[in-house]
Ligand binder design. Structure first.
Ligand SMILES: Cc1cc2nc3c(=O)[nH]c(=O)nc-3n(C[C@H](O)[C@H](O)[C@H](O)COP(=O)(O)O)c2cc1C
Length: 350
């Protein structure tokens, strides 16, 4: 039986996506404390509000690993309608900074992980025949009381109309449901790609049109939209208006974009911004969750919220729940310390 003091294996940030896709730790046997509930997500019963957002779970074996470590909603890393290569390394570059507000540039790169990193994958994907089969396998092997969500993104081509992009999102979402996903998420925010599939959340009308197509494709399956940073309440209200007829939940915040600079002054990633994830995003993401929860209550939108960004303790989980989140998801801290949910559960159980 694995104990909390054991060093658990995890994602190796010094190696690439393909290596980590192949090298997945076996699920340990461990004592998983119950989180006093009951808990529900989008009408489905669930053991706790704890989940892993799109990112760390590259395939079904990674989903099973984190399910054994106390996470109840497992989000399969964003997939596409065609195979897609990962950006070159570094995919995960630690940075040294305080809490970010969104206006920062040129964050100093760090040698060691100190809580936050720049994430640079470019949403790689296996081909649909591979991920569809793997999603089906995952649902078959995941314990019945855990939920499997599949994150999808459209892959915009030169000359495509919005309808074609919407159809591409909807096709992936339909495949996810056909493969037995319990929930579907569409990524409307990726600061690491410059095409419109990465920025849809900033265009409420377009986001609404894509969400409607996805809803038509998935029927009544719970549907989540992942969004980025929205500092202005008016923009947030417009997005809620556009999405609420079609969507069950919003996941926020994807990350905060910034450029990163090495010790010798060289700008990493060809000077392009990358999404900063982890500790440094918590204050901004909490504030956004609070603001969204207020707008949802005022507008009486039938929407739930997933709080994401900088969570690594039971106190942070409580802060997101108090801000109005129905679920709390952890990416960076779960990769740095795969036992984080066990630690949080032990404290929440007290
Ligand atoms: C390694 C890694 C890969 C990620 N890949 C995706 C992705 O494919 N799709 C997506 O919507 N978000 C992705 N994200 C963003 C996370 O879902 C999450 O929003 C972000 O990391 C903030 O949570 P954290 O502070 O707990 O890391 C990724 C994050 C990390 C760390």
């Amino acid at each position: 039986m694995t104990s909390l003091t054991d060093q658990l294996p995890g994602y190796d940030r010094h190696r690439g996506y393909d290596w980590n896709y192949q090298h997945v730790p076996d699920p340990p046997v461990c004592d998983v404390p119950r989180v006093p509930g009951p808990w529900r997500f989008c009408g489905l019963p669930i053991g706790s509000p704890l989940g892993v957002p799109a990112g760390p779970l590259l395939n079904g074996r990674w989903c099973l690993y984190y399910a054994a470590l106390g996470f109840d909603l497992l989000t399969y890393k964003t997939v596409r309608s065609r195979a897609w290569a990962c950006y070159p390394q570094p995919n995960l570059q630690p940075v040294r900074c305080g809490q970010l507000r969104g206006e920062e540039t040129d964050l100093p790169a760090a040698e060691e992980m100190v809580g936050s990193w720049a994430v640079s994958f470019g949403m790689p994907s296996q081909s649909p025949d591979v991920w569809r089969q793997d999603v089906r396998w995952t649902r078959q092997h995941l314990p019945a009381d855990k939920l499997l969500s599949v994150s999808v993104v459209g892959s915009v081509q030169d000359g495509w109309t919005l309808e074609q992009l919407a159809d591409d999102y909807a096709q992936c979402a339909a495949w996810a449901v056909e493969s037995s996903a319990d929930c579907v998420e569409t990524n409307f925010s990726c600061p690491n790609v410059s095409t419109c599939d990465g920025q849809l959340y900033q265009h409420p009308d377009q986001a609404g049109q894509v969400a409607r197509r996805v809803r038509e494709a998935v029927g009544r399956v719970p549907y989540i939209v992942k969004v980025g940073r929205i500092p202005e309440s008016d923009d947030a209200a417009r997005l809620l208006d556009a999405l609420s007829p079609w969507v069950d939940a919003l996941a926020m915040t994807n990350s905060i974009a910034s450029t990163v600079v090495a010790a010798d002054g060289t700008r990493l990633f060809d000077g392009q911004p990358r999404g900063i994830c982890g500790d440094a995003t918590r204050d901004a993401s909490l504030a956004q969750t609070r603001r969204m929860a207020r707008l949802i209550a005022e507008g009486q939108y039938p929407l739930e919220l997933i709080g994401v960004g900088g969570v690594n303790s039971a106190e942070h989980v409580r802060q997101y729940l108090a801000a109005g989140a129905h679920a709390v998801h952890i990416a960076t801290a779960a990769m740095a310390d795969p036992g984080v949910a066990l630690r949080i559960r032990r404290e929440l159980a007290r």
